[in-house]
Design a protein around this ligand. Structure first.
Ligand code: GNR
Ligand code: NI
Length: 137
């Protein structure tokens, strides 16, 4: 999964995005710079949220679009590692956004769910247009 994520220049990837129906995601907000930043989260849950941030967000499942999304500034996550051991991790800023974005994927949600109906429908209409033109996957 890390390979697929790096190949796509992503900072996170959820298993369902590549056809694996598991509550599993990988995250590396350092983009390979820091080997210690690699995170595997299985069966993750957000156990604490704090503050607010509103920043530009993109998704490998809807490439070419970016929108500002409101998220918690800091989150604490409980998850299992590759060995199945439970651990807790805390993230702020970009890492907090990656946690929330990937956990949304595991619940079948894309970031456009957090936009206004107007913006979401505009993106969905553009995607449908691209699909019609055969320019979408
Ligand atoms: O690569 C990605 N960048 C990103 C930037 C801001 C907030 C979330 C993300 S996740 C995204 C990769 C992706 O779609 N993962 O599911
Ligand atoms: Ni995504």
């Amino acid at each position: 999964m890390f390979e697929s994520m790096y190949a796509a220049h992503g900072i996170g990837l959820a298993a369902p995005q590549i056809g694996i129906s598991k509550r599993l995601a990988v995250i590396d907000v350092s983009f390979k710079e820091d080997p210690g930043a690699k995170l595997v989260i299985a069966n993750p849950e957000i156990i604490h949220k704090e503050g607010k941030q509103r920043e530009s967000e993109g998704c490998l499942s809807i490439p070419e679009f970016r929108e500002n999304v409101s998220r918690a500034r800091m989150v604490r996550v409980r998850a299992q590692d590759v060995e199945g051991a439970w651990f807790e991790a805390e993230g702020e800023g970009l890492l907090a956004r990656a946690f929330q974005h990937e956990i949304d994927h595991l619940d079948g949600k894309l970031y456009i769910r957090h936009l206004s109906a107007l913006k979401r429908d505009l993106i969905l209409r553009k995607v449908k247009k691209l699909q019609k033109a055969g320019e979408w996957k």
